[in-house]
Write a protein that binds this ligand. Structure first.
Ligand code: PLP
Length: 396
């Protein structure tokens, strides 16, 4: 018999997929320029010019076998060293090449680290709203997903709720700041409190509770907001990073896992990461992309575009009477549905050819997500439709 869990996962269409199909249908019916699709987190800002220049240079100068051949399973050592050096420069850390394992992006990083950590009966805490794939990654690693609601107003961590969710079975806590879908960035105060609570529980239970920092949006922050570097606050932190959003390279599938020397059983955990990569068949992230990210360390796609989009859509929607969480980072706007059922709101928005994502699958019913990593022109053209939507609810 075929694996039933996988069959179901393969057959179950995500809401975003449904919206995508519907948007395509509408584009064919009324013209692409009249459909306002805010469903996908696919960056529309081009990769920095140096990324394409690095690819060209590699093609012109590197030996084919070296450029397209296998690297070591955990990634080429000079690449990992270049990334470690860059992190040390930016965050005052002391990482080295063997703290890093190159992956096909954050999704692969998360899956590998969860497999590497999992034992029977383990629980993994996530904060709502959360990236829906966490549920897939955690449960298919044989662990239980424990959802902890964030503070209703600030969307920072609700520490009373977290304190009662942590149990002796808690193996890991996943944080994602800047957050998909809320755009919220955890403050240093939140991070300090989180570190204190986890440290206290580690002592009480006599085992490690790993903090998994999923940070594909780390560099996507506005107005000079700082994103605390979590390994500096909490010893048992591992980082899952991706270049998908920071360098606008989601299709190139490149990222890494960072296992610092200080984490509990660091050598064994790194070995388990290598083992999980092997078991999943994920060894050797794309060779050319490894070299590209090593050559362009510290670079970021043009944030001014996202900031302009953020200001445009946040200001307009709040003016029209919608309640929105102010996004300090990432490229999503989290909007409270004017009626309790966010799916009904999403259906209503479709009548104005606005494609929004109801947030039920993010664990926070009553909200929709707007991905503003789209053209500024499309946002401008969509505003009359948002105004009509607001008026249909009597918001203005
Ligand atoms: N984690 C979060 C919070 C995301 O939003 C995404 C993608 O949108 C991922 C992980 C996966 O990213 P990647 O493309 O690097 O696999």
């Amino acid at each position: 018999m075929i694996n039933q869990t996988m069959t179901l996962l393969g057959k179950k269409r995500s809401v975003i997929r449904d919206i995508f199909e519907y948007a395509n249908k509408r584009r064919a019916q009324i013209g692409a320029e009249n459909v306002f699709d805010f469903s996908l987190g696919n960056p529309n800002v081009p990769a920095p010019a140096d990324v394409n220049a690095a690819i060209r240079e590699l093609l012109d100068t590197e030996d084919d076998a070296a450029l397209h051949g296998y690297t070591s399973a955990q990634g080429a050592a000079p690449v990992r060293k270049a990334i470690a050096d860059d992190l040390n420069r930016r965050f005052g850390t002391a990482f080295h090449a063997d703290n890093l394992y190159m992956t096909c992006g954050a999704a692969a990083s998360l899956k590998i680290i969860l497999i590497a950590l999992s034992s029977e009966g383990d629980e993994v805490i996530v904060f709502t709203p959360f990236f829906p794939e966490y549920s897939v990654f955690v449960t298919t690693a044989g662990m239980k997903l424990v959802q902890v609601p964030s503070d209703e107003l600030s969307f920072q961590i609700d520490f009373d709720k977290l304190a009662s969710a942590i149990t002796p079975s808690t193996k890991a806590v996943i944080v994602n700041s800047p957050n998909n879908p809320s755009g919220v960035v955890y403050t240093a105060e939140t991070v300090q409190k989180l570190a204190a609570l986890l440290t206290q529980r580690e002592k009480e239970y006599g085992h490690a509770i790993y903090l998994i920092s999923d940070e594909p949006y780390r560099e996507l922050v506005y107005d000079g907001i700082e994103v605390p570097y979590l390994t500096k606050y909490y010893t048992d932190t591992v980082v899952c990073y991706s270049y998908s959003k920071s360098l606008s390279l989601p299709g190139e599938r490149i990222g890494y896992i960072l296992v610092p020397d200080e984490v509990c059983e660091s050598a064994d955990l790194y070995a388990a990461v290598c083992g999980a990569g092997r078991a999943l068949g994920y060894v050797c992230a794309p060779s050319m992309m490894q070299q590209v990210v090593a050559k362009t360390t510290g670079q970021v796609a043009d944030l001014n575009v996202y900031k302009g989009n953020r200001d445009l859509i946040y200001n307009a929607l709040t003016d029209y009477g919608f309640t929105c969480i102010h996004p300090d980072g990432a490229f999503y706007l989290f909007v409270k549905s004017p009626e309790p059922d966010a799916t009904a709101f999403y259906e209503k928005a479709k009548e104005f050819d606005l494609m929004l994502v109801p947030a039920d699958s993010f664990g926070t019913p009553g909200f929709v997500r707007i991905a503003y990593c789209v053209s500024t022109d499309m946002i401008r053209r969509s505003l009359p439709a948002f105004l009509k939507l607001a008026k249909s609810y009597g918001l203005c």
